[in-house]
Design a protein around this ligand. Structure first.
Ligand code: ADP
Length: 162
């Protein structure tokens, strides 16, 4: 069975992430979306909330599973016996960081873990979780960025009632 891990913060999940998820799920037998539990960051949504949101947002894609992980991605992937990481590339600015991560993961896994990149669909090239959080914090319109139920949860976090 060909499976892959799509790791990220997903704080919050955007249409950009969901586009990558749909495309990767069409290629692999199983796609595991893995929410990084980064203790050094203060997220908008807790890991548990992000897992639930992702489960809800991907409930119509049968071969997608959502989990969380902490620590090194390579250790987690090897434990799960998964050998492919999926990442999205928006612009050249993503490239340097992603290249470094991909090469580090290959080295740490002794060649057991490869990274596959999906280039963003043009309509989502501008989209990032940071931008969504920023716009929402000022009560701006994020309806083109995230599913409706996520939009509502985000505004709730900022105490904004539309
Ligand atoms: P991280 O905090 O690890 O960068 P993110 O949740 O921001 O995690 O993103 C996870 C992955 O999804 C990254 O590979 C990122 O480049 C990709 N991604 C984020 N937004 C988009 C988008 N709009 N289009 C395509 N890929 C995206």
């Amino acid at each position: 069975m060909k499976n892959a891990i799509y790791p990220g913060s997903f704080d919050p999940v955007t249409y950009g992430h969901l586009d990558i998820i749909r495309r990767a799920a069409a290629i692999f037998d199983e796609l595991i979306i893995s929410v990084l539990n980064n203790v050094r960051k203060t997220p908008l949504f807790s890991v548990e909330e992000r897992v639930r949101i992702l489960e809800n947002a991907t409930k119509d894609i049968p071969n997608v599973r959502v989990e969380s992980f902490s620590g090194l991605l390579v250790d987690y992937a090897m434990r799960r016996d998964v050998h492919v990481i999926v990442r999205g590339l928006r612009a050249i600015t993503d490239f340097e960081y992603e290249l470094q991560n991909a090469q580090t993961n290959r080295l740490l896994s002794k060649g057991e873990l490869d990274t596959m990149f999906f280039t963003t669909s043009l309509e989502y090239a501008y989209l990032s979780s940071t931008t969504v959080r920023e716009i929402a914090s000022f009560g701006g319109d994020i309806s083109g960025c995230v599913p409706d139920f996520v939009e509502e949860l985000i505004y709730n976090k900022f105490g904004i009632h539309k």
